[in-house]
Design a protein around this ligand. Structure first.
Ligand SMILES: *Cc1c(COP(=O)(O)O)cnc(C)c1O
Length: 463
């Protein structure tokens, strides 16, 4: 990802960091609506509030670190996606971004479907009452046990990821006397990341079956002959944190081309195409994500145009946003501990969590922003790196940000846009206790995933 120079050019407090200029925001206390959940604001005293509840109160009641999720924002985003895609399309929330029983109930109430990719996620979904027919089962290495369970409960679709799996699912379904609805996941030779997409010549990755070399066409051929399978469509997922629709354009074109080949060869028009997820969100003010209705229109136009050109009826489209729904709805609240100024470099601000509650910075070099949350400050900006308390120098939460120079131990700071892939990827590194997720709505805060306790850790340690 490339970050452009600050439009105003270098200013007095600008620091050259890792090849690009970073300038402090004009107002360190300001909240950029792009990166914060909808109800987040500051109250008269200057403290951050979410759903009408002050973070100082939340920290007292629930401790830190903790994730605070704006339930009304989550529901609004679900509705925005459902409305944007309308009746002729299906929205599947990608559960791996963050899944809990409360989330499943919200999805169900707001009319969304759900992607799962493990037996554990399937259990959570079913336990919270998601109808099996609204669940899609994904994964590149589903176990036979998982397949049996998915077929038995009657999931709406299994997305087949390999030749072996086509045979496996067909076999299981036949043995159970069922006909399983399936899609075939293809790799279209496009990989999208953020502002760019890359056309890859080689499908050098573990997911899907390549369109190249006729492999996907062969997969369709096999699936159509197997009694246990009802092939309903083709699936393609091209990447994550995507802003540029060009990758989807290429992907849709190639999938539609396959549908046309299938029609020509078998006389069958597959009724569905799934274009996957991966839609980007704003982690910092420099990101400009698109609204669901723009995405829906762009995808709808592409598919309609390509199908018209190929003489096909427009198939039913589905999409699978995970990050775009849950990512912006939550922030992580930390308490500041040790503050270590490194002369001429930056100030290291240590918090009471770290890579155990947000691995994305270490794993993907992800960018985040941060604000002082328990109060406002008029102090000069200082360049900081927010780091965790783990035994790893790569234990960084926010690489490069500005906080007021009067920051002190005991202050609360908040990192926005941590709703996706933070709690769901959390670990117990250093025997850290994974933080709670607290849903806040209309002045009330409710734990939906509780904080782990030391007893939880010791319970698994049976030696
Ligand atoms: C991860 C994943 C998604 C969701 O990706 P986001 O970036 O969270 O939108 C959707 N579909 C599939 C198949 C995935 O693997």
């Amino acid at each position: 990802m490339s970050r452009s120079a600050h439009p105003a050019g270098p200013r007095h407090a600008d620091v050259m960091t890792e090849g690009h200029y970073t300038a402090p925001p004009a107002d360190l206390n300001a909240l950029d609506a792009k990166v914060w959940a909808r109800t987040v604001t500051r109250d008269e005293g200057g403290a951050l509030t979410v759903g009408g509840v002050e973070v100082t109160r939340l920290a007292e009641e629930f401790g830190t670190p903790a994730y605070f999720l704006d339930e009304s924002d989550f529901r609004a985003r679900c509705r925005a996606w459902a409305d944007a895609f309308g009746r002729d399309a299906d929205v599947f929330y990608a559960g791996k971004a963050f899944l809990s029983r409360a989330v499943v109930r919200w999805l169900k109430e707001e009319g969304l479907n759900l992607d799962v990719c493990s037996g554990g996620e399937l259990t959570c979904a079913l336990d919270a009452g998601m109808p099996a027919e609204r669940i899609a089962f994904h994964g590149n290495n589903k176990t036979v046990g998982e397949i049996e369970r998915a077929v038995t409960v009657g999931v709406g679709r299994i997305v087949l990821d390999s030749f072996q799996e086509i045979a496996r699912v067909a076999h299981v379904a036949q043995r159970l006397g069922k006909r399983q609805r399936v899609q075939i996941r293809v790799t279209v030779g496009v990989e999208a990341h953020t502002h760019e997409f890359i056309a890859t010549a080689h499908e050098d990755q573990k997911f899907g079956i390549a369109l190249a070399g006729g492999q996907a066409a062969e997969a369709v051929r096999r699936a159509l002959t197997l009694d246990g399978l009802e092939l309903i469509g083709i699936h393609s997922h091209i990447g994550s944190q995507i802003f540029d629709m060009a990758g989807f354009e290429v992907s849709a074109r190639r999938v539609v081309q396959l549908l046309a080949e299938v029609r020509d060869e078998h006389g069958v028009e597959l009724p569905e195409i799934d274009l996957g997820g991966g839609l980007g969100i704003a982690y910092t003010s420099e990101d400009d994500p698109r609204e669901p209705h723009e995405i829906a229109k762009a995808l709808g136009d592409i598919v309609t145009r390509e199908c018209e050109a190929a003489g096909l009826a427009t198939p039913r489209i589905s999409v699978e946003p995970g990050r775009a729904i849950v990512g912006p709805t939550a922030f992580t609240l930390y308490e500041v501990g040790t503050i270590k100024p490194l002369e001429g470099l930056r100030t290291y601000v240590s918090v009471d969590g770290g890579m155990s509650d947000n691995i994305r910075t270490a794993l993907y070099d992800a960018e985040y922003s941060v604000v002082l949350a328990s109060r406002t400050s008029d102090a000069e900006p200082m360049l900081v790196r927010v780091v965790g308390k783990h035994c790893e120098s790569g234990d960084i939460v926010v690489k490069d940000a500005f906080l007021p120079s009067d920051l002190a131990p005991g202050d609360l700071i908040a990192v926005p846009a941590t709703g996706a892939y933070c709690r769901s990827m959390a670990s117990n590194y250093n025997h850290a206790l994974r933080p709670p997720v607290v849903a806040v709505r209309d002045g009330e805060a409710r734990v939906i995933v509780r904080r782990e306790t030391e007893e939880d850790l010791l319970r698994l340690d049976v030696g």
